[in-house]
Ligand binder design. Structure first.
Ligand SMILES: Cc1ncc(COP(=O)(O)O)c(C=O)c1O
Length: 400
């Protein structure tokens, strides 16, 4: 564990304490926001620290996650695909949560926090629409108005989720600037937050953004890793898996998953989209209020990401992942769109599970790595299946 210590205190997910200083994960993280947002970030930080230390807040979140979201989600051994690959593959089924992805874990935590802070309105950005749907759902559940910013391009490719958000009573604001995807939606949501801090809470959808968001979102998502750790202990002869794998966009499902296994010998693997590989192909820079690995040109201009999966179409990554990569505690790999499509079809045909294109990135890497020996025969692999594929059916229909 020594390598995980920084200034004498753990800064990664080995425990629930906040990162050192202003939300630093090594040289990454921090709070690079306009002056007008500093008090708002400080207020969220204070409120979260208090709430997370309050057993009543924890109990309420636990209750809603169990009776509304359907937690704990199962850990499913996938026998046919495992036999084909010569490994023992287990899926942590976030696709089975209410609203269909892990995003709801974080959103309900933040929405309960917003209510505790006396806020009456939620603001969110969304790419794949899953975070937007989760926020609209929490808004309806808690009686809070909800505004979701979404790039025009994502609105076109995720029409089902746009309709769901509207059905749930949310206002969906199209973002027409830049690449009209997640990065631009995030910029617009932050711009809007500056004008509405008094009554609105910014419910950020991944383990990124200014402190305290990367830490707070990881804490709300660690329920994935904690449950999976217990389930692995009950299922596996060895207690812990050899590999723990999750897809990485901003990095929240991976951060929550890794939090449960960071102090075990398991190899942690984050899978990025080849066209949005901030860790594998990026360099250090600042985006959306935090320092991390970002895709940028020689002049520091952020370059556009591309992925068939709108939730991975982001040119940055949460700061904890950049730090885990530097430490060598987690490794980050990429897969391309063609491998993702093949993996989506293969999982559907062998196991009867239609997963989200984002989650299929993790499946695609496991298929490749089992094939080339990176994952040795008979190894155990715990993979977080972050979401279900309903939202991607129109994309898949077009491509078929
Ligand atoms: C199903 C699903 N998985 C993964 C992601 C990527 O987000 P993160 O890296 O924060 O888990 C998204 C983002 O929209 C998603 O919808």
């Amino acid at each position: 564990m020594d390598q995980l210590l920084h200034a004498g205190r753990p800064v990664v997910a080995a425990d629930s304490r906040p990162p050192v200083g202003l939300g630093r994960f090594g040289e990454y993280g921090g709070r690079f926001v306009p002056e007008s947002l500093v008090p708002a970030c400080e207020e969220v930080e204070r409120a979260f620290a208090e709430a997370w230390a309050d057993p009543l807040f924890r109990a309420e979140l636990h209750q809603v996650l169990s009776i509304y979201v359907g937690r704990p989600t199962p850990l499913t051994p996938v026998a046919r695909l495992s036999a084909e690959l010569g490994i023992n593959l287990l899926l942590k089924r976030e696709d089975l949560t209410h609203t269909g992805s892990h995003k709801i874990n974080n959103v309900l935590g933040q929405a309960l926090l917003a209510r505790r802070m006396g806020r009456r309105r939620l603001i969110a950005e969304t790419g794949a629409g899953q975070h937007g749907v989760a926020t609209a759902t929490a808004g309806a559940l808690l009686g809070m108005a909800t505004t979701v910013f979404m790039g025009e391009r994502d609105i076109e490719r995720q029409q089902l989720n746009v309709f769901r958000m509207k059905m749930l009573g949310a206002e969906v604001v199209p973002v027409t600037s830049g690449s009209r995807t997640l990065k631009d939606a995030c910029s617009e949501a932050m711009r809007h937050w500056v004008t509405a801090v008094e009554d609105s809470y910014y419910c950020l959808g991944s383990a990124m953004g200014p402190h305290p968001y990367p830490w707070m979102v990881r804490e709300f998502q660690r329920v994935i890793g904690d449950e999976a750790r217990t389930q692995c202990a009950a299922t596996l002869r060895t207690g812990t898996p050899d590999f723990v794998v999750a897809c990485v966009g901003g990095g929240s499902n991976a951060a929550g998953t890794f939090a449960g296994f960071v102090d075990t010998p398991a190899r942690l693997v984050g899978v990025e989209a080849a066209g949005g590989a901030a860790i594998s192909a990026g360099s250090t820079g600042v985006l959306h209020g935090f320092r991390s690995k970002v895709l940028q040109d020689a002049h520091g201009q952020i370059t556009e990401a591309h992925s068939i999966a709108p939730g991975l179409d982001y040119p940055g990554v949460g700061p904890e992942h950049a730090y885990l990569a530097d430490l060598g505690r987690a490794s980050y790999v990429t897969v391309d769109d063609a491998e993702v499509l093949a993996a989506t079809h293969r999982l559907a045909r062998t196991e009867g599970i239609l997963c989200a294109l984002e989650s299929a990135h993790a499946v695609a890497w496991v298929i490749r790595a089992a094939g080339d020996g990176t994952i040795p025969p008979a190894a155990t692999v715990m993979l977080t299946l972050s979401g279900r594929g309903d939202k991607d059916m129109s994309t898949l229909m077009e491509l078929s």
